[in-house]
Design a protein around this ligand. Structure first.
Ligand code: PEP
Ligand code: MG
Length: 322
């Protein structure tokens, strides 16, 4: 088994019938670089930058952040690195940033909502990210976007920061792609509109499932309702991929299910361009993909989308021995 996976290193992530996909890793800090390299990641599809901010008493300085981003970009160059801006709040808190206690933190003051208010905080991070952009292949991603206004505001702040750097004579790459996480149902539903303003989407199924099904992703009691194969979730995923492609942008996924063996054929059948997962899942996913054809995946997807419940879908996938 291990040997078969070792053989996947250096091989292309391509289906039997020649469809290339990208297999990238999710990371939290530069310490995760070793895992990316050991598992032959084709880049980073999600750099969860909040880990640089957590478990400390003060905010990381621009310089500290710059060094961390630079290290990842430089080490992986020329592979693409998607840096997600701060996603704090929800289940993640910072001791040095007081957030009032909330009834529903996952529906509350978190991620881009917080960054658009705490703009100095946000700008410091964007400065560090942009300054690091000259050391590799950087893409910026905003979390928890739920409307057009929010996206345009975030892009406006990014432009302001670029203007500041221009004035100071600081260099940054001029071609940095800007994308968003699609992890809120409202964003998935208007993904046709959002697609006009970004270079890419990355579907965050961890949150998309929780918000679509109204199931707290951390609540053990209702865990059985947290269901990736819920037809509502699958339809939203398909909508997002279709809308992205119609607008000519690429669509990735960085939620846990991107590395799920049963989900991979469905996602290939839907035309997902990029899969980002825990690095340990990359080689198994590559092995599986190389044994699949797009044509057969499309059939699986069509069948799955015709079924009415998660239970039926799982039974069908089991019958395929996936
Ligand atoms: C997601 O919501 O799917 C995601 C990748 O982000 P996080 O798990 O960090 O919320
Ligand atoms: Mg999320």
């Amino acid at each position: 088994e291990r040997k078969a996976l070792e053989k996947m290193k250096g091989k292309e992530s391509v289906t039997k019938d020649g469809q290339r996909v990208q297999l990238a890793g999710n990371i939290g800090t530069p310490n995760d670089l070793a895992g990316l390299q050991e598992n032959d990641a084709e880049g980073v599809g999600l750099f969860r930058t909040e880990f640089l901010y957590m478990n400390r008493d003060t905010m990381p300085s621009e310089e500290e952040q710059f060094q961390a981003y630079k290290k990842v970009l430089e080490t992986m160059n020329p592979k693409p690195i998607v840096i997600r801006t701060l996603d704090i709040g929800g289940d993640k808190n910072l001791s040095y940033l007081k957030i009032d206690k909330e009834m529903n933190p996952f529906l509350g003051y978190r991620a881009i909502r917080l960054c658009l208010v705490e703009q100095e905080f946000f700008k410091t991070q964007l400065r560090a990210i942009l300054r690091a952009s000259v050391y590799g292949n950087l893409k910026i991603m905003f979390p928890m976007i739920s409307s057009i206004e929010e996206l345009l505001q975030a892009k406006e702040v990014l432009n302001q920061v670029k203007g500041d750097l221009d004035q100071e004579g600081m260099k940054y790459a001029s071609d940095v792609e800007v994308g968003i996480m699609i992890e809120v149902p409202s964003a998935a539903i208007i993904s046709d509109l959002l697609a006009k303003h970004v270079d890419f989407f990355s579907i965050g199924t961890n949150d998309l499932i929780q918000y679509t099904c109204a199931v707290d992703r951390l609540n053990e009691k209702i865990h059985h309702l947290y269901q990736p194969f819920n037809p509502a979730v699958l339809r939203l995923i398909k909508t997002v991929i279709d809308n992205g492609h119609k607008a000519g942008i690429w669509v990735g996924m960085c939620g846990e299910i991107a590395g799920d063996k049963r989900m991979i054929p469905i996602l290939i059948g839907m035309g997902l361009d990029k899969f980002s997962m825990s690095p340990i899942s990359i080689l198994p996913a590559r092995k599986q993909m190389r044994e699949l054809s797009v044509a057969e995946c499309e059939k699986v997807t069509e069948k799955v989308l015709s079924l009415g419940s998660a239970e039926e879908i799982k039974l069908y996938l089991e019958s395929l021995r996936i």
